[in-house]
Write a new protein. Structure first.
Length: 261
């Protein structure tokens, strides 16, 4: 029986997605990437799921791309290396887009090392909860590479431009205490209860209107590069949709009924 490289479970409206290659610190290969996208699609399309928690099995969150796979690719025909890499990048960006663009609350529960693409995955989530053992590293520079999972977009928005450059240029490890201090992590807690704590927070964050959260997230994630009037226009369109939802109608009726008593 083939081992699932990405596990998905749902409990009380929260889907927990677990990267499952603990023997290689959850390094991402092509098969794991495909399974990851499939798991995100299932969680995103499941109406019973209101939030997603991403974590890793074992002692690491994700150590990034699989180094052995990198070696094998470099041994291929030189004339195909660039184009094969371009196609693989498409799949990587599809997985990041599925995670970042999901219209539901997403939390990375970083239980250990989050290096390279693993750090990018955490940054693609709405929030990051780190265990006391968590270590973040934009380690691409150590492999002669650039961040390919959105880190150059997400990291400056979290910690500022100069701090992001310093992390990316050096590839140095950032522990949980520093991550919390600079805004890279939103919360830090014990490893033993990390996923439980992240799931509890995910439920609290996702109790509101499903439509309102999805529409707000889609707009607010674009505000850094969107002009003020465009944000207003997107807000008008989103509000028009919210006016028609059963959640809005029911909440208005409940408020007026309570006020009339």
């Amino acid at each position: 029986m083939m081992t699932s490289l990405v596990e998905l479970s749902v409990e009380d409206s929260v889907a927990v997605v677990r990267l499952n290659r603990p023997d290689v610190r959850n390094a991402i290969n092509d098969e794991m990437r495909a399974q990851f996208v499939a798991a995100l699609d299932r969680a995103g399309n499941d109406e019973a799921v209101r939030a997603v928690v991403l974590t890793g099995n074992g002692k690491s969150f994700c150590s990034g791309g699989d180094i052995s796979g990198m070696r094998d690719r470099l041994q291929g025909p030189s004339g195909k290396v660039a184009f094969n890499g371009w196609r693989r990048q498409q799949q990587t960006h599809r997985s990041i887009a599925a995670l970042h663009g999901m219209g539901k609350v997403t939390i990375a529960a970083v239980n250990g090392a989050a290096a390279g693409l693993g750090c990018d995955l955490a940054l693609a989530c709405d929030f990051i909860v780190a265990s006391e053992d968590a270590v973040f590293s934009m380690s691409f520079v150590r492999r002669g590479l650039v961040s390919d999972g959105g880190g150059m977009y997400f990291l400056p928005r979290r910690i500022g431009l100069s701090r992001a450059k310093e992390m990316i240029f050096t590839g140095r490890p950032v522990g949980s205490a520093e991550a919390l201090a600079i805004g890279l992590a939103d919360r830090v807690g014990p490893a033993a209860t990390l996923v439980h704590d992240a799931s509890t927070w995910a439920r609290d964050l996702s109790r509101g209107s499903v439509a309102a959260i999805a529409l707000t997230k889609g707009i607010i994630d674009r505000t850094f590069e969107t002009a003020e009037e465009q944000v207003f226009a997107l807000g008008r369109e989103a509000q028009a949709i919210c006016y028609t939802t059963s959640e809005h109608r029911e909440s208005v009726a409940a408020f007026l009924d309570k006020s009339a008593r």
